[in-house]
Write a new protein. Structure first.
Length: 272
């Protein structure tokens, strides 16, 4: 984990209230796995005091390595970010947390994303494709077509994308979990050791994906979001309840820190 100084080279709105930010800096040795994240300090003053967590993806051009962030403006910090200009400096802490895992024997990856949840999954999709995983199916949901990200990118990679929008403007009219459920039903889905579901999105969506994977006995990894103060396991502010009980007290639930034990957890580990 490093605390590095980076510079904004690009920061523009790419979809309603959704921005793409590109950072340059000492990134040659900055290796980040899909699902891991960074904490960004949004300026050199103490306002806002806390860093904000974001998924990121490193890419290379002839000019060197860059980090790419896609963020939705939802509050104070992201509003400040959306007004930052190229040349501004940002301190970055990372890579943090534990990412997605998959083995060489994986043959089918079912990706389920809600809203901005597609952002951390995009890096995973690149890794899966690079590792030669033949069958990748992407299920992505958003409120409306304008909020569906990376569709042409995935189509260019020849990966089937199943879309759901809540207003019916693209694909299935409803929730992405309903679409995913239909897929599992229609394919009379039978779990094998070579199929894994990877999901990221709002908590109710993840809870439903976890429920479906349990029914279909499908291994499922979920990337959770939680408000974070430190990002390094110290403040306990990001803890979520896990099902596993401690040895001392059978009624006591165990907690997992999203920033340290997560953000990626086994879906069946979480007390939803
Ligand atoms: C591991 C991880 C990776 C993330 N990756 C991305 C990403 O790639 N792109 C992206 O757009 N966002 C991502 N997020 C969420 C992002 O960190 C928050 O949207 C951001 O911190 C909000 O900051 P803010 O100051 O604008 O909001 P605030 O002003 O602090 O809060 C505004 C509202 O948003 C809610 N909120 C704030 N942070 C979170 C959170 N972490 N989880 C749930 N609700 C929250 C608050 O409760 C409040 O209602 C990620 C979060 C985590 C934990
Ligand atoms: S954010 Fe402090 S322990 Fe996770």
């Amino acid at each position: 984990m490093k605390d590095s100084k980076t510079k904004i080279v690009f920061n523009q709105e790419v979809a309603p209230a959704c921005f793409r930010m590109v950072l340059s800096g000492p990134l040659d040795n900055f290796i980040i796995k899909p699902g891991q994240f960074i904490m960004l300090r949004l300026g050199m003053s103490y306002d806002p005091l806390l860093r904000r967590p974001f998924a990121t993806h490193r890419f290379k051009t002839p000019e060197g390595f860059f980090l790419e962030i896609f963020y939705r403006v939802i509050g104070y910090g992201t509003h400040i970010m959306s007004h930052m200009l190229p040349g501004a400096e940002l301190r970055l802490l990372g890579p943090l947390g534990k990412g997605f895992k998959f083995s060489d024997t994986l043959s089918t990856a079912l990706i389920v994303a809600g809203g901005m949840g597609i952002v951390p999954l995009r890096g995973l999709i690149y890794s899966l494709a690079k590792s030669g995983i033949k069958n990748i199916q992407i299920f992505v949901g958003a409120k409306s077509t304008s909020q569906l990200l990376f569709l042409t990118e995935f189509q260019r990679m020849d990966i089937p994308v199943h879309c759901a929008t809540e207003d019916g403007s693209s694909g299935y009219n409803g929730l992405v979990t309903e679409l995913f459920h239909r897929f599992l039903d229609n394919h009379a889905f039978k779990a094998d050791n070579h199929t894994v579901c990877f999901a990221c999105g709002p908590r109710p969506m993840l809870a439903e994906t976890a429920r479906l994977s349990f029914i279909y006995q499908l291994p499922c990894q979920v990337s959770l979001e939680s408000r974070m103060a430190c990002g390094i396991g110290v403040c306990l502010g990001c803890a979520v309840k896990l099902k596993q009980q401690t040895h001392h007290d059978q009624d006591q639930k165990k907690y997992g820190r999203v920033c340290l034990e997560g953000p990626v957890f086994d879906a069946q580990e979480i007390q939803w």
